[in-house]
Write a protein that binds this ligand. Structure first.
Ligand SMILES: NC(=O)c1ccc[n+]([C@@H]2O[C@H](COP(=O)([O-])OP(=O)(O)OC[C@H]3O[C@@H](n4cnc5c(N)ncnc54)[C@H](O)[C@@H]3O)[C@@H](O)[C@H]2O)c1
Length: 372
């Protein structure tokens, strides 16, 4: 049974005047000296109440944590406040107790953990908005992953922004086989929480693990993030097979397995050259996340690929998506990065050529299955 004791209770014991500055590390040190019964209620702000942000909010609310959610969408704000539900993104699950706000300063006030649940395409803009409201005690968790402009990962770009603002807040990345509606519905779900400072990852894993959301600590955020992004490229390509299956006889599990395997192999060769530890490929952030994203009917990158596989153009397929499919952006960024480094990536090249409208889904799959 968890004792209802807040992060702040523990922080209050840190002598001033450096209390704020010491908060993050001190919480970790103090808490590591406590026994399990001190594991407690955390105060969490979730920035972005989309699919995943709302799902994690629900899981942590059910565990007894205090959770605030920040959204820029009036309709989401109203539905959470009035009905205790996020009708737009997670209509079948209650988020009773979630304190919604449309003001960033309100969201960050009084919390210790700040979760960035924002698509990778806009997360750095949101970080710029967040920084003026950050206190040194805020621990940041990034749920988006991928390559940011300038050859950096999103987490590295966030670190750079913090450095520029002379802030030293700890940052962790969470990634794994986590389809939001399943996690929200109570399916046992695992993920990796990775931070350069492994003690931060361990404390977060201990605090934020719930009955059904099991977090494992790791110290390779780069590897976790690279796989988190690259698996979307593979899932997008696997989706082509589902599209081909809808419109003819070429698509099926035999072909999907071949595409899956070729994509996994390319990831195993490419990502270590970009900085991932090789073993990440075989954990929740690698093979685990890849499996679920490429096969689950909920997977949005797979769904996007399915639309392309039926013969829709990129613009037509994007027009039919209500949620962001990050695999398209990731495919573009990985090819640029591989070209810059002089690394051959025939799998990634084939899907990019399809996205450019130069080949059909069938030709894309044929190029991939023809690889040695
Ligand atoms: N959905 C999942 O199953 C899942 C699982 C694991 C990780 N993720 C990752 O979590 C992140 C969020 O994904 P999601 O599924 O919740 O996305 P989503 O598309 O469902 O929701 C995105 C949210 O970001 C907000 N947003 C968009 N632009 C914004 C801006 N400029 N300023 C502020 N807010 C903005 C939207 O209002 C919305 O609340 C992504 O990086 C995704 O890869 C998603």
């Amino acid at each position: 049974m968890k004792t209802m004791r807040t992060f702040s209770d523990l922080v209050d014991r840190i002598p001033s005047p450096n209390r704020e500055f010491q908060t993050a590390t001190a919480v970790i040190k103090i808490r590591s000296s406590q026994t399990a019964d001190l594991l407690n209620m955390a105060h969490i702000a979730i920035l972005g109440l989309g699919n995943w942000g709302t799902a994690v909010a629900r899981m942590w609310l059910l565990e007894g944590h205090k959770v605030k959610g920040w959204t820029i969408e009036q309709e989401v704000y109203e539905s959470v406040v009035m009905d205790g539900i996020n009708k737009k993104y997670l209509p079948n699950h209650s988020v009773e107790g979630l304190e919604a706000t449309m003001r960033l300063d309100e969201a960050l006030d009084g919390v210790e953990i700040v979760v960035l649940a924002i698509p990778s395409s806009v997360i750095l803009d949101v970080v710029d908005e967040v920084i003026p409201h950050l206190r040194p005690g805020h621990v940041l968790i990034d749920l988006a992953k991928g390559l940011a402009p300038g050859k950096r990962l999103i987490s590295q770009a966030i670190h750079e922004k913090l450095d520029a603002a002379q802030m030293t807040n700890p940052l962790a990345v969470v990634t794994g086989p986590t389809i939001a509606p399943e996690a929200a519905g109570g399916v046992i779900t695992t993920a990796l929480v990775a931070s350069e400072d492994e003690s931060v990852a361990k404390r977060l894993a201990e605090t934020l693990t719930t009955q059904t959301f099991i977090l494992h600590a790791a110290s390779d955020p780069v590897g976790a993030e690279l796989w988190g992004a690259f698996k979307n490229v593979i899932a997008l390509t696997c989706g082509l097979v589902d599209g081909l299956k809808k419109v003819g006889t070429l698509g099926g599990d035999n072909l999907k397995a071949a595409i899956f395997m070729a994509g996994f192999k390319e990831g195993c060769l490419l990502l270590p050259q970009l900085g991932a530890k090789a073993e990440v490929a075989f954990g929740p952030a690698g093979l685990g996340d890849l499996y679920v994203t490429a096969t689950s009917p909920y997977g949005r990158n797979r769904s996007m690929g399915e639309k392309l596989g039926t013969g829709l153009s990129l613009d037509e397929a994007l027009g039919e998506m209500t949620m962001v499919a990050e695999g398209v952006r990731a495919a573009r960024m990985f090819i640029t990065r591989a070209d810059d480094e002089g690394i051959k990536v025939p799998f990634t090249k084939a899907i990019n050529t399809l996205l450019d409208g130069e080949i059909t889904a069938e030709e894309c799959c044929r190029r991939i299955v023809g690889l040695n």
